[in-house]
Structure formats: structure tokens, C-alpha cells
Unconditional design. Structure first.
Length: 90
């Protein structure tokens, strides 16, 4: 199973700016091969914090919020999982 992890940030109430959509502005994007138990552990942990997978298949988790010059800036991480067959068909 492939785990895709990406960072993003949000200024105030603007949409979240994901690394792949705004390259060159910092952040990260990673793909790792993981065991399916890793997925279950993360989903269970985040569900306990009120975070669930959205209709787009991404599990989005807010990080910390900084208040800079009167604007809240929040860091986010999102994760999704695909199997190798799905990846091969892209």
C-alpha cells in the first residue's frame, strides 16, 4: 500500500494551500510504501480526534496555528492511501 503525505497552510480563512498546488513555497510531499496496519492505526487515532477522510479520499489534519500580524496561519497535513494496482493504472 502506498501512503501519500502532503503539507499545506492556511492564511486566515483562505483555502488551504497544498504543497503540490503551490510548489516553491515550502512544505513537503512524500510517498512511502507501508503496511495496511499503518493506515488503520492512523485512521483510528485521527477519528478519535474528530478527523475523518473526506469525499476526495484525503484525511486532512490541522496542525498548529500561529497568530502573526493579526492573521492566523494554520499548518495542515493530509494523507491518502492507494494500492499498487491503482497506481499502475494511472
Amino acid at each position: 500500500m502506498r501512503q501519500i503525505t502532503e503539507s499545506g497552510w492556511q492564511y486566515g480563512t483562505d483555502p488551504i494551500r497544498w504543497h503540490t498546488e503551490h510548489a516553491g513555497e515550502g512544505g513537503f510531499y512524500r510517498e512511502l510504501d507501508v503496511d495496511s496496519t499503518n493506515r488503520r492505526r492512523i485512521l483510528d487515532r485521527e477519528h478519535a480526534h474528530g478527523n475523518t477522510t473526506g469525499p476526495d479520499g484525503w484525511l486532512t489534519m490541522p496542525g498548529h496555528t500561529d497568530h502573526i500580524n493579526g492573521v492566523d496561519i494554520t499548518d495542515y497535513t493530509r494523507i491518502r492511501w492507494t494500492d499498487h494496482l491503482e497506481e499502475a493504472c494511472r
